[in-house]
Design a protein. Structure first.
Length: 540
């Protein structure tokens, strides 16, 4: 077992002092995009939003690509595409971007040096160390062939998409890494969207375009990791094939803690899937039986992404699914059953006038309660909408506290993907947002670390090295917080790989329990607060 505290260096202290403070103490979230050096502007390849493919992208991820303890940012970008773009070819193609975190509040574009600047029409990004070599690899979902970039450990990547057997040629949206057979190797589930036919646009009015149900759906694909940098399509073998899917976001979590991760798929304008993993031998869809296929009114909405957390503090993992309606908050009732509670929880009415895209549970003020952050944007037009923060009241309800968070929340943006993490290592959760055909935004959280906190970095040995699938319980006083290490989640995006726990005013952590996918259980007691803690799985 290794449990190390990552002490602040002079560079870390410089990071905090170098940040421009805008009326410090007034705003909870501060837009630091300009001062950070991030100048990314998303490109959907067109001046006008004219089809469902252009409306879908793009995602982003927090990752530590060079393993120096700082969260870098990777962004999936669109580009001119002969099939889906109108107008003339611009003469150059935009591509995906990797920004390196310099540790002083600024980021530097490392796309060309790293070799990850895919110029295909990219939708989503998901990150994991699939070959267990200690460095995170990047999978990019595209309209057309996808990309798998293997991290070489020296700041560069190699494109192994074709040799690995995971390129495909579908219209892919979200993707998620998971160890579905629990053999210590991360497998890959790719959520595919629709077979786009541009000819159908001719029958629609100039200010509209065909929706997803006007196109044939595409089957998702489950790839098994062979352990030699190759993968095998086991979709049919595992009983997960469905040709009618129109997937947007996807997430994987072991909701019943039987040691095998289950898969939730957010579909567009049709029932969502919830694939129960039967001991790594196959899957079966239990969404309708579990109560998570539709919203409270029994409707199939344009579901976007899924986020997991125990928002009630009862030790059971709940779901939040963003959509074009009232959003869905599924409270875990135990026994594999969920209740959709967005209305009684106070979320539905406040979010009903928006279209929710990327969303995540996050303890924004470190008070040990999981809040919900939602980024919004119109579905079929480049009309902006304000993003929202719903603060957990601690009694099963939430309050829309967006107006109190800062002037950014008065800005109407056409948001899509977003990732959540602590980019400045100060103990609270920041947000990076990709806006459709508009500049991206980096929001720095300036109030969360007024309360105590803990970040946990898991390193598996018998389990997959990322520790994906591990369950962590943190006990302070009479309160136990539970979280699972997951990949994927927010719409087309991926969060900081470290698990974050707010600790309020507690001065010691009484107990940390880690249940690894291998079945190993580790206990730590009397742990210091306000640190980034690395926990390595005990080898048998």
């Amino acid at each position: 077992m290794s449990c190390s505290k990552e002490d602040r260096t002079d560079a870390d202290r410089e990071t905090l002092s170098d940040f421009p403070i805008v009326e410090e103490g007034i705003y909870n979230f501060v837009d630091v995009t300009a001062s950070s050096g991030i100048d990314f502007v998303h490109n959907m390849g067109d001046e006008h939003l004219s089809n469902v493919i252009e409306s879908v992208g793009g995602g982003c991820a927090f990752l530590d690509y060079n393993q120096n303890g700082l969260m870098d940012i990777y962004i999936a970008n669109g580009s001119f595409h002969e099939t889906i773009s109108s107008g003339d070819h611009p003469g150059h193609l935009t591509g995906n971007v990797l920004y390196e975190n310099m540790g002083n509040g600024r980021f530097r574009n490392r796309t060309s040096q790293s070799g990850v600047g895919d110029t295909g029409y990219s939708m989503a990004v998901t990150v994991a160390d699939f070959n267990n070599n200690g460095y995170p690899d990047i999978y990019v979902s595209n309209y057309g062939p996808n990309k798998l970039y293997r991290n070489n450990g020296d700041g560069t990547y190699t494109d192994i998409s074709n040799s690995a057997g995971v390129a495909g040629n579908e219209s892919s949206a979200g993707a998620v890494w998971l160890d579905f057979n629990n053999n210590g190797l991360l497998d890959l589930y790719v959520a595919n969207y629709v077979e786009f036919n541009p000819a159908l646009n001719l029958s629609y009015a100039p200010d509209g375009y065909p929706g997803p149900l006007n196109f044939r759906g595409q089957a998702d694909i489950l790839y098994r990791n062979n352990g030699d940098d190759t993968f095998t399509d086991v979709t049919m073998e595992m009983g997960i094939f469905n040709s009618d899917g129109r997937a947007m976001g996807v997430g994987a979590i072991d909701f019943d803690e039987d040691g095998y991760p289950d898969i939730y798929v957010a579909n567009d304008a049709m029932a969502n899937y919830f694939f129960k993993n039967d001991g790594g031998t196959g899957f079966r869809d239990v969404a309708r039986r579990s109560g998570v296929a539709f919203n409270r009114g029994g409707e199939a909405t344009a579901s976007m992404g899924v986020s997991f957390a125990d928002f009630t503090g009862n030790g059971l993992i709940d779901f939040f699914v963003s959509d074009d309606s009232y959003n869905s908050l599924y409270q875990n009732q135990g026994g594999g059953l969920f209740a959709e509670v967005s209305f009684p929880a106070g979320i539905a009415i406040a979010s009903g006038q928006h279209v929710g895209w990327s969303a995540a549970f996050m303890d924004h003020n470190n008070n040990m309660l999981k809040d919900i952050f939602i980024v919004n944007g119109d579905l079929k037009h480049l009309y902006g909408q304000e993003d929202q923060l719903f603060v957990n009241n601690g009694n099963g309800t939430f309050m829309d506290a967006s107006a109190e968070q800062g002037p950014y929340f008065n800005e109407a943006m056409v948001a899509r993907g977003a990732c959540f993490g602590d980019f400045d290592n100060d103990g609270d959760i920041d947000v990076f947002i990709v806006n459709l055909n508009e500049p991206a935004v980096l929001l720095r959280n300036d109030i969360g670390n007024q309360n105590n906190w803990l970040l946990i970095n898991l390193v598996g040995t018998n389990s997959n090295r990322d520790g994906v699938g591990a369950t962590v319980r943190v006990t302070t006083g009479e309160t136990t917080q539970v979280a699972q290490k997951t990949s994927g989640g927010p719409y087309l995006s991926q969060n900081d790989p470290r698990l974050h726990f707010g600790l309020l005013d507690h001065e010691i952590i009484d107990r940390i329990e880690v249940r690894w996918p291998s079945g190993t259980i580790q206990i730590l007691e009397n742990v210091e607060i306000n640190q980034i803690l690395t926990i390595q799985e005990q080898s048998e």
